[in-house]
Design a protein around this ligand. Sequence first.
Ligand SMILES: [Zn+2]
Length: 208
Amino acid sequence: MGQNEEKLVALTFDDGPSNITEKVLDILEENGIVGTFFLIGNLVTADKKATMERQLALGCEIANHSFTHSDMSKMSAEEIREEIRRTSDVIRELVNVETKFFRPPYILVSDTMYENMDMPFICGLDSTDWNPETTAQERVERVVSNVKDGSLVLMHDLQDNEKTLQALPVIIAELKKQGYSFETASGIFEKKKVNPHVPKKMWSNVFD
Ligand SMILES: [Zn+2]
């Protein structure tokens, strides 16, 4: 199969680092696959350094999910730039990487946000796993029945999000059965030869 025919998916995780992030990494490692972690800056503390180093060592990507996880659509240009800068800074200080992608908290966006950020905005195929009432089985079904080549799957390594730990191995097994390979956010755009830098665009799939 040529590069362009290979079915690719990017699993992405928001709202960490948390008490389940290491367990998500265990599952990814057991399956020999990578994911992308959109970190909340104010959760990025020195005690998370080892977890972040493990993310990178496994080939995972670290991305930007704001500093305070607030509704940024109501913020001024200056406040928006501060949210991004502080998060990029604290990640760079701990593990020396530059974040390349941004996910807006609550997927709320404004023109001011688009105009004041250089990073591509990522939404994704929503597993609805941010809702504690969504069962593990529903999380699996949301993903495996809606996934397409190029999908960016939105999940959460949110504090205590045990149902996603139950769903994740099943999601991975199902996607493997459907013939998918797994990439980071950077990797899936690169392999599909799609430039993610498109003005005022929020991506859920690299092809739409
Ligand atoms: Zn979030």
